[in-house]
Design a protein around this ligand. Structure first.
Ligand code: BDR
Ligand code: CA
Length: 336
C-alpha cells in the first residue's frame, strides 16, 4: 500500500509535468488529485496539459480540477519564455478525452483534506493562489493536511527578478497568506532546486529509458536553455524536488526558519525573507540535496513508468465521446 497520499497543485509547465510523472510513478505515492492554477502559462493551458498528461501517463481515475486563472491581486505573469507557449515545450500530447472535475480546485482541495484528516500531503508547484483561496474559505485545512510542501521562494536570489522566485512573484499576496497560516510550510526554494540540474550525464542516462524518455521525459528536461549562462549545465527540475521531498525526505537537509513574503517592495516584490534564527519558525527551508541519491530515486521511478508504458493499454470506451482513448492514440511526439 502506498505510504503517501499526494494532492498536487500545479501549473504544467515542463518541471510540473516531470513532478506529476514522479508522483504517478512512485508506488509509494498515491496521487489523489491534481489541481491546476494559472502560472507558467494561462489556466486554460495548464489545465489542458494536466488532462492530457493524465491520459498519456495513464492515471485516468485521478481527478483533475481547475483553479484560479489570475493572482489574488496584481498583474498576471507567465513564464512562456521558459516553458513555451503551450507550457510543455516541444511536447505535443494526444488530446484528452476524459472530463475535468466539476468541482473547482479550491473546493476539491478543501473536500479532499477534510475527508482524510491527517492523511494528505499537499504539494504546490505553481503560484499559491488556489492554496491561499482554500485557506481563506476553510482555514482548518492547515490543520487537516499531513504536510504542506511548496516549490517556491529562495533565501539567496530569485529567477523572476533578482529578489523573487517565479511562483512567489506570480502571486505574492497568496504566498503571504500561505506562510501566515497555521501550518509548517516546507519551502523547497531555488537554493535547493538549482542543485537538481538535469545535466548531460543525467540526460544520457534518461535516454536509455526508451520511448517514454524520447517522447516526453528528455524533451521536457532539455527544452529550456538559459542564454545568459555560457556555462549552462542543464535545466533544474525544480518541481520534481517538491514531490521527492514528500517520499524521500532523507535526501534533503532542511532547517527551521521564519519566512515572510514581500508584497510591496519597489525592487523586491515576491521576495521570501528568510530568518534562520527566528523566535518562532513557520517553515522548514531546504538547503542541501543529496544529488546522486535524488537522481537515483527519480530515475528508478521514471524507469518503472517507462517499462509499464511499453505495455499496450486495454482500450476503454469513454461514454459520450467519439474521440480515441489515450491508449488507442499513443502517438505523443514533439514538434520540432
Ligand atoms: C518554478 O517556476 C516555474 O516556472 C517552474 O515550473 C517552477 O515551479 C521555478 O522558479
Ligand atoms: Ca511549476
Amino acid at each position: 500500500m502506498a505510504g503517501y497520499k499526494i494532492l498536487l497543485d500545479c501549473d504544467p509547465g515542463l518541471d510540473d509535468a516531470l513532478a506529476l510523472l514522479l508522483a504517478h510513478g512512485d508506488p509509494n505515492i498515491d496521487l489523489v488529485g491534481v489541481t491546476t492554477v494559472g502560472g507558467n502559462v494561462g489556466l486554460d493551458r495548464t489545465t489542458k496539459n494536466a488532462l492530457e498528461l493524465r491520459e498519456y501517463l495513464r492515471f485516468p481515475t485521478v481527478p483533475v480540477a481547475a483553479g484560479a486563472d489570475r493572482p489574488i491581486s496584481g498583474e498576471t505573469r507567465s513564464a512562456e519564455h521558459v516553458h513555451g507557449t503551450g507550457g510543455l515545450g516541444s511536447v505535443v500530447l494526444p488530446p484528452a478525452t476524459l472530463p475535468l472535475s466539476e468541482t473547482s480546485a479550491v473546493d476539491f482541495i478543501i473536500e479532499t483534506v477534510r475527508a482524510l484528516p491527517g492523511a494528505i500531503d499537499l504539494v504546490a508547484t505553481g503560484p499559491l493562489t488556489n492554496i491561499a483561496l482554500a485557506l481563506q474559505k476553510e482555514p482548518a485545512i492547515a490543520r487537516w493536511v499531513r504536510s504542506f510542501t511548496i516549490m517556491g521562494g529562495s533565501y539567496t536570489r530569485g529567477n523572476a527578478t533578482v529578489a523573487a522566485e517565479f511562483n512567489i512573484y506570480a502571486d505574492p499576496e497568496a504566498a503571504r497568506i500561505v506562510f501566515a497560516a497555521d501550518w509548517q510550510v516546507v519551502m523547497i526554494g531555488l537554493d535547493l532546486t538549482l542543485q537538481a540540474q538535469a545535466n548531460s550525464t543525467v540526460i544520457n542516462r534518461l535516454r536509455q529509458l526508451g520511448k517514454l524518455a524520447d517522447d516526453l521525459i528528455v524533451p521536457l528536461a532539455t527544452f529550456y536553455v538559459d542564454p545568459t549562462m555560457p556555462d549552462w549545465d542543464g535545466q533544474a527540475v525544480h518541481d520534481v524536488c517538491a514531490v521527492a521531498y514528500v517520499a524521500r525526505p532523507d535526501l534533503f537537509t532542511v532547517q527551521p526558519a521564519r519566512v515572510d513574503v514581500e508584497t510591496a517592495g519597489e525592487f523586491t516584490t515576491g521576495m521570501t525573507v528568510v530568518d534562520f534564527d527566528p523566535p518562532i519558525a513557520n517553515a522548514l527551508v531546504a538547503t542541501e540535496l543529496n544529488v546522486s541519491g535524488f537522481w537515483a530515486y527519480v530515475e528508478s521511478v521514471y524507469a518503472r513508468v517507462a517499462r509499464e508504458h511499453t505495455v499496450p493499454q486495454p482500450s476503454a470506451e469513454v461514454p459520450g465521446s467519439d474521440q480515441p482513448t489515450a491508449g488507442e492514440n499513443p502517438a505523443a511526439g514533439h514538434a520540432s
